[in-house]
Design a protein around this ligand. Sequence first.
Ligand SMILES: [Zn+2]
Length: 356
Amino acid sequence: MTQDKILKRFLSSRADTFLSNDYVESDRDWMDLDGHIDLTIGPYETYADELFGYKAAFQSRIILRDSVISSQQARFNEYLEDIDLALPVVGQFTRQKQVPRVVVGNQILAGGDGAVGYIAVAYMLPNDHETRTLHGSKKVLMKNFIDARMKHIVSPIGCVLLDPSQVENVTSKGYFNFVLLHELSHGLGPGKIGSEQVTIKDAFKDLYGAFEEAKADAYGLYLATQFANIGVLTRDQEAEIYTSYLASIFRTFRTGLGEAHAKAELMEYNYLLEKEGVRYDPINRRFSVDYEKAREVVYSLLMNLLNIQASGEYQRAKDFSHRYGNDFERLPDEVAKGLDLLRGVPKELLPVFQAA
Ligand SMILES: [Zn+2]
C-alpha cells in the first residue's frame, strides 16, 4: 500500500474506524503523520447538520508537505520557548503545555465536505474534546490556498489601500510567514490562570476568541521582529510580514465584525493607529506601516493582551475592547471608506481541482 510506515498505520487504523466508529486512537495516528503525504479523511465538521449540529459530514483532503518550509519552521520552533519565557507577563498562570503541531503543505485534492462551503486555507483537527485532551491537535496550513488568497485578494487590496511606496512589500512570502507565525503563537502565552487553574477560554467567555486571535496576531509580528533581530529572518522579510499583515486585515474587515478575527484586527488596527505604528494619509487615502514605530507598538500591544489574559479579569478585556474595538460595533470611517474602494476585488476563492 505504501512504504511510509506511519502513513500505513494511519490508513489501517482509519479503515478500522469506519467500521467501529471510534476515532480517538486513529486520530492520534493522523497527528503523527510526518511523511510527504498528509491525508485527512473522516467525519469531522458538523456544520452540515443544520438541525442539531451533531452529525459530522465526511471529508477528505490530500496534502503534499512542503519540506523547505517545514525545515524553516523547525528553526522557528527552536526559539519559541525561550522567547515566550523572556516576556515579562505578570500574574499567576501556567503556560500552555501542548504546543500545537503545525503542518505546511499544498492541498492537491479535496472531497466530500472538504470541497464545499467555506474555503479554508487552514484547518485544525480533531474537534473532539476527548481526543484533544488526550492527544492534542494538529493544524494544517495549505500553502497553495494561502498563496491564491494572497494573489487574488490580499495583494489587490494592498494595491488599492496601501501607500504606493510600500505596495512591493505585500508579498506571498510575507503573508505566508505571517500566517505561520500567527499559528505558532496560538501555542504561546498563558494557558491556565489563578490558583483554580481556570482556562482562559472559561475566564473570558464571549471575549475569548477575539483576544486569542489578537494575541496570535501581535505575537506573530513580535516573533517576526525577534527573528529578524537574531538573523533567522532578514529585515526585508520582517517588513514584508508587517506590510502583508496590514493589507490582510482589510480582507478580514470585508467579512464584517461578527467573527473573532475581525474583532481582533479592529482592536489591533485602532491600537496601532493611535500609537502611530500604522499611519493613515487622508489626502491620498492610503495606509502605511511605520516600521520603526510599529515594532515598539506591537510589543506594547502584545504585553497588554498577554497581561489581560494572565490576569483572568474579564472586565479588563471588556474595557480594552471598548476602547480599541469600538465594542465591535463599527469600523472607523477611514476603513469603511477604504472598503468601498475594493468593489473590484474578489471576496473569496473558488478552487478547481484537476485530476492529472
Ligand atoms: Zn488564529
